[in-house]
Write a protein that binds this ligand. Structure first.
Ligand code: PAF
Length: 288
C-alpha cells in the first residue's frame, strides 16, 4: 500500500492503472477516523474493483465557521494500519493546500438538493462536499465511488452532481452500519461521553417506531414525523434540530405519502455533538 499526498502523483497512478493495466478502480472518499461503516464501503470496493483507493481528507470547505473542523478526529497512522488489513492499494491523503491550491476559486453547487435539511442548518456544507468530491473524482477517475446511506442527503447531492456533470463514475450507496443499540456509526460518536452515547440510541428507536407505524398503514408524513419527535423527546439529553419526512429522491416535503419512497431524516444534538440518521421507507428496489 502506498500513501499518496500529491494530486499529480495520484492522477498519474490512477491513469496508469486504468490505461496500461486496464484495471478497475474503486474510490472510498472519507475524512478519516475510520470505523466499521467506512470499512463496509472498503470491503465492497475490494469485492467489486481491482484497485481500491481510500481518500482521507478532512475537507475544510464543508465546515462552516464555528463547526468542528479543528477538533474533527484525525489519526492517519491508525487509519493506515486499519486499511493495510483491508488490502487497500492506495491512500490518498493530501494537505488542504494540495487540494485547494493558491487562488482556488471554483466551487460546485448542486442547487435544490443542497438547501434543505442539513443545508438549512449548515449553509455551504454541500457546496464544500460537492466541490471536494468533484475534485477527487476528477483526480482519480474511479469506475466506482462508495458512500454510506447514513449521509442520505449527501448521497443525493453526489448522485445528482455525477449525473449533471456527466462524470464517468458509478456511485454505490451502502446501508448504514449500526452499533448493537441501533446508534448509527459516525466519526462524531467519538465526541459522546458514556451517558450521551447510551442516550443517542433513542434516535434509531424513534425511526423504527415510525417505520412500524408505516408498516401498520400510517401514510401521513406529519404524523410519522410526530412519532419520531415525541419518541426522541422522551430522552432528556436529546435536542432535536429537525425531523423531516420527504420524498427520498427529491427531498420534497410530503404530507400524504401514498406510494412514494420516503426518507425520514433527523438531526439531534447530545451535548455539543450533533448526530444525523435516517430511514428509507417503501424502497422500490427492496434495499434497506
Ligand atoms: O462523508 C464524508 O466523509 C465526506 O463528506 C466526504 C464525502 C468524504 C467529502 O469530504
Amino acid at each position: 500500500m502506498e500513501i499518496i499526498n500529491r494530486r499529480q502523483r495520484m492522477s498519474s497512478v490512477s491513469r496508469k492503472v486504468r490505461r496500461e493495466q486496464d484495471r478497475t478502480i474503486g474510490l472510498v472518499p472519507t475524512m478519516g477516523a475510520l470505523h466499521d461503516g467506512h470499512l463496509s464501503l472498503v470491503r465492497e470496493a475490494r469485492r467489486l474493483c481491482d484497485v481500491v483507493i481510500v481518500s482521507v481528507f478532512v475537507n475544510p470547505t464543508q465546515f462552516a465557521p464555528g463547526e468542528d473542523f479543528e477538533r474533527y478526529p484525525r489519526d492517519l497512522t491508525k487509519d493506515t494500519a486499519v486499511l493495510t488489513d483491508y488490502n487497500v492499494d492506495y491512500i490518498f491523503a493530501p494537505s488542504p493546500e494540495e487540494m485547494y491550491p493558491k487562488n482556488f476559486s471554483t466551487y460546485v453547487t448542486v442547487e435544490g438538493l443542497s438547501e434543505q435539511l442539513e443545508g438549512n442548518v449548515r449553509p455551504g456544507h454541500f457546496r464544500g462536499v460537492a466541490t471536494v468530491v468533484t475534485i477527487l473524482l476528477n483526480i482519480i477517475r474511479p469506475d466506482f465511488a462508495f458512500f454510506g446511506q447514513k449521509d442520505a442527503q449527501q448521497t443525493l447531492v453526489i448522485r445528482r452532481l455525477v449525473r449533471d456533470l456527466a462524470l464517468d463514475t458509478e456511485v454505490v450507496i451502502l446501508p448504514t452500519v449500526r452499533e448493537a443499540s441501533g446508534l448509527a456509526l459516525s466519526s462524531r460518536n467519538a465526541y459522546l461521553n458514556e451517558e450521551e452515547r447510551h442516550a443517542a440510541a433513542i434516535i434509531y428507536r424513534a425511526l423504527t417506531r415510525a417505520e412500524s407505524a408505516y408498516a401498520e398503514g400510517e401514510r401521513n408524513g406529519t404524523k410519522l414525523a410526530g412519532i419520531v419527535r415525541s419518541t426522541v423527546e422522551t430522552e432528556p439529553r436529546a435536542r432535536i434540530d429537525y425531523v423531516s419526512v420527504t420524498d427520498a429522491d427529491t427531498l420534497e416535503k410530503l404530507d400524504k405519502l401514498n406510494d412514494r419512497t420516503v426518507l425520514i431524516a433527523v438531526a439531534v444534538r447530545f451535548g455539543q455533538t450533533r448526530l444525523i440518521d435516517n430511514l428509507v421507507l417503501n424502497r422500490k428496489d427492496g434495499a434497506k
